[in-house]
Ligand binder design. Structure first.
Ligand code: AKG
Ligand code: FE2
Length: 334
């Protein structure tokens, strides 16, 4: 049995309450900063996303994955990442995943300064960021749009709070105008056979961007993160669901931005349960073609940043290839 980790449960209410006093807000900001340093993961409660909207998203996700394989596959024509993909038992992947996804990826054309599709490295991946995925189902689409807007607002707010704790005085970051948003609805099927107990739902990875907001089912524990034990060794720990919370985790871009003060933690899903599981991950990321700098307030006077500035879009494209082991298996088309 994998032991669980006690991640901090942070109450965001003072940040949303106009009457909250400055000390209460400062206390919340400090808890967030500490969690970003120690784990790169925390629970957020009273986050301001309406419960009805969360419920509507979960209902849409459940209904979607309950559809027949023939219906779901209608959503598969959108490319490598976008739309519906069933990774369960696909021999061409390097691990035996048990996982279905509906990924709603924002169109690249949405970005004022987005690099043109067809340009260099992105050519092979043009379908990743093609025209806006049509979602024929109006209820699904409306719910997703409302949820996306609410999470983007929370993302901006959270990043401003974090920037403040890192010492920033300016919050209108050029690279964060037009943030790139992806929503991944994840479905992990029931594991029937005991000897499949260690099969991987979603293999170990870090998220690529800035902040991920994860809504996970509360009836089962399957998410795991890598933490350091007292000896500094990495060890896997389960993340128990906390009803009413969103899990916030930091993506790779937060590391150079904070000059290495924050961590982007490895996580995975192991789902050996006789019940299925849903989760909804919403990614609040930089503009696709943005070079994410190091926040100048994090650099000691006279010192250079510890990391070279990285282009978010290039990082995403590289990671997609690695994640699905596409480069290692050239005949694979996901
Ligand atoms: O299903 C989960 O709990 C994790 C999902 C996740 O890590 C992701 O979609 O990036
Ligand atoms: Fe993730």
């Amino acid at each position: 049995m994998t032991a669980s980790v006690s991640l901090p449960i942070i109450d965001f209410q003072p940040m949303l309450d106009a009457d909250a006093d400055a000390a209460a807000r400062k206390a919340v900001a400090q808890q967030i900063d500490a969690a970003c340093r120690q784990y790169g993961f925390f629970y957020l409660v009273h986050h301001g996303i309406p419960a009805e909207l969360q419920e509507a998203m979960r209902k849409q996700a459940t209904q979607f994955f309950n559809r027949s394989p023939e219906e779901k596959v209608q959503y598969s024509k959108y490319g490598t990442v976008r739309g519906y993909h069933n990774y369960t038992n696909q021999a061409k992947l390097d691990e035996n995943l048990q996982h279905e996804v509906l990924a709603i990826v924002q169109p690249l054309g949405h970005h004022r300064n987005g690099r043109p599709i067809g340009d260099d490295a992105s050519t092979a991946n043009a379908d990743v960021f093609g025209p806006l995925m049509e979602i024929a189902d109006r209820a699904l689409r409306t719910t997703i749009e409302q949820y996306r807007a609410a999470i983007m607002q929370l993302g901006r707010h959270m990043l401003a709070v974090i920037a403040g704790e890192l010492g920033a005085t300016e919050f209108d970051f050029e690279w964060l105008r037009d943030p790139f948003c992806t929503i991944r609805m994840n479905y992990y099927p029931t594991c029937e056979a005991v000897d499949r107990a260690h099969e991987v739902g979603l293999k170990a990875h870090t998220d690529v961007g800035m902040l991920t907001f994860l809504d996970q089912d509360t009836h089962v524990t399957s998410l795991q993160i890598q933490v350091e034990d007292a000896n500094g060794d990495s060890t896997w720990r389960t993340v128990e669901p906390v009803p009413g919370s969103l899990i916030v985790n930091l993506g790779d871009m937060m590391v150079p931005w904070s000059n290495g003060q924050y961590r982007s933690a490895m996580h995975r899903v192991i789902h050996p349960h006789k019940t299925n599981r849903h989760s909804i991950a919403t990614f609040f990321d930089p503009r696709f073609d943005a070079m994410v700098p190091t926040l100048k307030e994090t650099m000691p006077a006279g010192e250079a940043p510890r990391y070279p500035p990285g282009c978010y879009g290039d990082t995403v494209l590289g990671k997609i290839k690695d994640f699905y082991a596409l480069s290692a298996k050239p005949d694979a088309t996901v």
